[in-house]
Design a protein around this ligand. Structure first.
Ligand code: SF4
Length: 441
């Protein structure tokens, strides 16, 4: 695998030349910082994909391609099929967290009275302050969903108010589409598909373009290839020792949430899949001398990107997948346009965090129980975000169910994964360390 050497570094730096517009200044700074951080690392397809996401937004702004902003819990395939430039918003507002560069905007948002830590989520809230200071990307269109939480949908309404751009909102149905489920409702699929068709009409109207059925089918076929790679990758991770490190699953979701439906996503997910498959074949562990297998059925501590490597080094502990990294939509029949709509709807209903959080608590409990059993997990860690009020009870009930059915211990603690000042990295590491040494080992 080639490295991001000085030649490649210069090439990617050159590609960012020219003005991307004032509102993309910070986005460009993030790109350059990311590029610097990656210098001399292996130049992998997921890395290439991320660089392209940054660059394509700058290019879109220069060339006048409409930019649509959307949250992390939706795949952009339809947007690519309709020649839009998709901007996954949290790549900006959460992408600042590892550098603590989101914190001044959080403080500013606080000062002007837009919620506080427990009422709105700091995954989205820095953008409010960043907009008011004129340093956040202003899209041409805005899209969001009602799930996974009220803080997200409220924040997106504030973005709509601040930017004044045309907005489309999808309401996620509560009930199951699977006839075998006790929560099945025959209206679920139709309700979802109708809204996605309305989204297509809305984009047509906003961009004055005609929906291209062939391009959409081609996009959905590419999406299938990537889904296939991810599905097999998830299966490979059941192997003992786990053939991937703690961040690989999350990389898959980043690929699907930023590039789903493109060749970039097929290539990056294939790379992750092939690396894991090769390791299984050779009996190589993602974390050498694996001793503990952790399930992490919630979100990462985004301000502390060294937390997983620290767990790997200190405890030989591999974190296998996580709630966001567990991308579950499977390949679907794409032979007709109606089947493609169905595939799009299923991907929306099953997207990470949506599939588990859009309905009765049983969706989440079943997910965690299967996760623990299928991946031969030794312990479960639930870092509960302070503003995820809808999930407080969910984590407690799920941990009880895990203990009763499997005897596996859980750790639940409150924190703000986006703000290092609420519960510090040291405090989080101390809690996990005590749990692993005193209960798990
Ligand atoms: S972390 Fe919780 S509150 Fe924040 S966006 Fe995700 S589900 Fe919503």
């Amino acid at each position: 695998m080639k490295k991001l050497d000085i030649e490649l570094f210069k090439k990617y730096k050159r590609l960012s030349r020219g003005s991307w517009g004032k509102d993309f200044t910070l986005w460009k700074v993030m790109y350059i910082e990311f590029l610097k951080k990656m210098k001399d690392e292996e130049f992998t397809p997921p890395m290439e994909l991320l660089l392209n996401v940054f660059l394509d937004l700058g290019k879109a702004r220069k060339e006048g391609t409409p930019i649509i902003m959307y949250p992390f819990n939706y795949g952009p395939e339809l947007f690519y099929a309709m020649d839009l430039a998709p901007l996954m918003q949290e790549m900006f507002s959460v992408g600042l967290a590892p550098f603590h560069s989101n914190e001044p905007y959080l403080d500013f948002t606080n000062k002007i009275g837009y919620g506080d830590n427990p009422t709105l989520c700091n995954a989205q809230r820095p953008l409010i302050g960043a907009y008011m200071q004129g340093v956040a990307p202003i899209p041409d269109l805005l899209f969001f969903l009602s799930t996974p939480c009220n803080p997200l949908s409220v924040s997106y309404q504030v973005f709509q108010y601040l930017t004044g751009v045309p907005t489309f909102n999808v309401d996620l149905p509560y009930w199951a589409y699977d006839q075998a489920s006790e929560f099945y409702d025959e209206k679920t699929m139709g309700y979802m598909i109708d809204q996605l068709k309305n989204l297509i009409f809305w984009i047509e109207k906003q961009t004055k373009q005609k929906f291209n059925i062939e391009k959409f089918q081609q996009t959905m076929r590419l999406l299938n290839q990537a889904r296939e790679n991810v599905m097999e990758f998830n299966e490979l991770l059941k192997t003992v020792p786990c053939p991937a490190n703690s961040i690989a699953g999350f990389s898959n979701t980043i690929c699907m949430a930023t590039r789903g439906g493109t060749y970039d996503a097929v290539k990056a997910t294939k790379y992750l899949h092939d690396s894991a498959a090769e390791n299984v074949k050779n009996g190589v562990a993602g974390v050498p001398d694996e001793k503990i297998r952790i399930a992490w059925p919630y979100i990462h501590i985004f301000f502390d990107i060294d937390l997983f490597p620290w767990l790997e080094e200190e405890f030989n502990a591999v974190t296998i997948l996580d709630l966001l990294g567990f991308y579950e939509p499977v390949p679907q029949d794409t032979s007709t346009i109606e089947k493609c709509y169905e595939s799009l709807a299923l991907g929306t209903l099953d997207f990470p965090m949506i599939g588990t959080c859009r309905g009765p608590i049983e969706y989440y409990i079943d997910f965690v129980l299967n996760y623990v059993k299928d991946y031969k997990i030794d312990c479960v860690v639930f870092p509960m975000q302070l503003s995820c009020k809808h999930t407080y009870a969910m984590a407690r009930v799920a941990s009880e169910a895990i203990r009763e059915e499997t005897g596996i211990p859980s750790l639940i603690f409150g924190c703000d994964p986006y703000d290092s000042r609420e519960v510090t990295s040291e405090a989080i590491r101390k809690r996990i360390s005590e749990f692993l040494t005193q209960i798990v080992m």
